[in-house]
Design a protein around this ligand. Structure first.
Ligand code: ZN
Length: 394
């Protein structure tokens, strides 16, 4: 299978970008459209309805269904464009200087366009090893789509032998990513006139004490485990937003802040959170409750995604690297769905067209050359799967 002209890939990408699939909006129209396209080539498609109205995953199988195959996976949702200054309409794919601009062009509808365009050829290639196509929802918010799909795959009689997630890596293989978790921390204090401050509990000051602890924890983490494969080589904790109190002369009843944890593979986000919780339970809450029994500190999970650990996917990386044209593997600090698949025993790597540094930005783009490289890669992959020459068994 030779790589065909990139024109049809660009047209497919144009259609994909035109679906406004910002994570807070429905994605089902895109999924239905993709399902129809795949079915038109005789490919078996499962549309899995999501846990929110208008949300859906897609899972398709090309080739035999009785044996484990290779899954190509992409998220169909994109980040918002609110407040961003775009030179052209973000939902109209626009070409400038061999680059295609549009929301999701890099992250990651470019990859999905390459896969959808390659699918009919793969369907005719009589694959020995099946190829699966997975499209998920809500990757950019809470990863519920992939969690739901992973639960389905874990219970299926045959689950994929391996997976490639096409997040933008400039077609380099990524073998590890950090775990990421976000929490809304709510501190409840007790409000009095500040002239009587020892009868009140300032939620703002209690939150500040937690944040001082988070800072000290970061220093300890910096002195503990390191992994030089990551740009920031440690597990990190961070407070990105805070809001609380009403006036300078009232002790604050409420304060809320957003806490983020990014873990090295091998460290669980929950373990880091437990350390912060323990500090609250032992060092802060007793004194707060001595004044006001209603005082509280709660941690609401917004998202929690496990790290991708390179142990377990080395052979997969070695099989894929020669096909994508880069013979070295990398590690990234952003979260992907890969760790969720690894948790159900599907070795997973990340490799796709476009650059992560333009993702989520105004004027996001994918280079046409990157789409060509991805299409070539999928062509070679198809040849290997047709000939049963891709070692997926570990
Ligand atoms: Zn992405």
């Amino acid at each position: 299978m030779n790589a065909p002209s990139v024109g049809p890939v660009i047209e497919t990408l144009r259609r994909l970008v035109a679906f406004d699939t910002v994570s807070s909006h429905p994605n089902a129209a895109l999924i239905d459209w993709a399902a129809e396209r795949l079915e038109a080539s005789g490919i078996r498609v499962l549309v899995q309805h999501g846990d929110e109205p208008g949300k859906a995953n897609l899972f398709a199988t090309i080739g035999p269904e009785d044996r484990p195959g290779l899954m190509l996976s992409g998220h169909s949702d994109v980040v918002p464009v609110t407040g961003q200054a775009w030179r052209s309409d973000p939902f109209t794919l626009t070409e400038r200087d061999d680059r295609l601009h549009g929301r999701g062009a890099a992250d990651m509808k470019g990859f999905i366009a390459c896969v959808l365009e390659a699918a009919p050829r793969l369907a005719h290639a009589r694959l020995d090893t099946p190829l699966h196509v997975a499209l998920s929802y809500n990757e950019e918010s809470n990863m519920h789509g992939m969690r739901q799909l992973a639960a389905h795959l874990a219970a299926a009689p045959v689950r994929p032998a391996a997976c490639i997630i096409g997040e933008p890596t400039s077609m380099r293989v990524v073998i590890a990513n950090k775990g990421t978790a976000g929490y809304r921390v709510k501190v409840r204090g007790h409000s009095v006139h500040s002239s009587l401050r020892d009868q009140g509990v300032s939620a703002v000051e209690s939150a500040a004490e937690i944040i001082v602890f988070v800072n000290a924890l970061q220093k300890r983490l910096n002195a503990a485990a390191r992994h030089d494969g990551f740009e920031f080589p440690h597990t990190s904790v961070h407070v990105g937003r805070i809001e609380g109190g009403t006036a300078h002369n009232i002790t604050a009843k409420d304060c809320e802040f957003l806490l983020e944890i990014r873990t090295l593979p091998g460290t669980r986000t929950g373990d880091v959170l437990d350390e912060i919780r323990r500090h609250c339970d032992t060092a802060l809450l007793p004194a707060m409750r001595a004044i006001s029994p209603d005082a509280s500190i709660t941690f609401e999970e917004i998202f929690d995604t496990p790290a991708l650990d390179e142990r377990g996917n080395v052979y997969l990386a070695q099989a894929i690297m020669p096909l994508c044209g880069h013979l070295s593997a990398g590690r990234v600090s952003f979260g992907t769905e890969a760790g969720i698949l690894q948790e159900i025993g599907v070795p997973t790597i990340v490799c796709g067209p476009g650059q992560i540094r333009v993702a989520h930005q105004p004027d996001e783009y994918v280079e046409i050359a990157q789409l060509q490289a991805c299409s070539r890669f999928l062509g070679v992959l198809g040849e290997r799967l047709a000939g049963g020459r891709l070692p997926l068994g570990g």
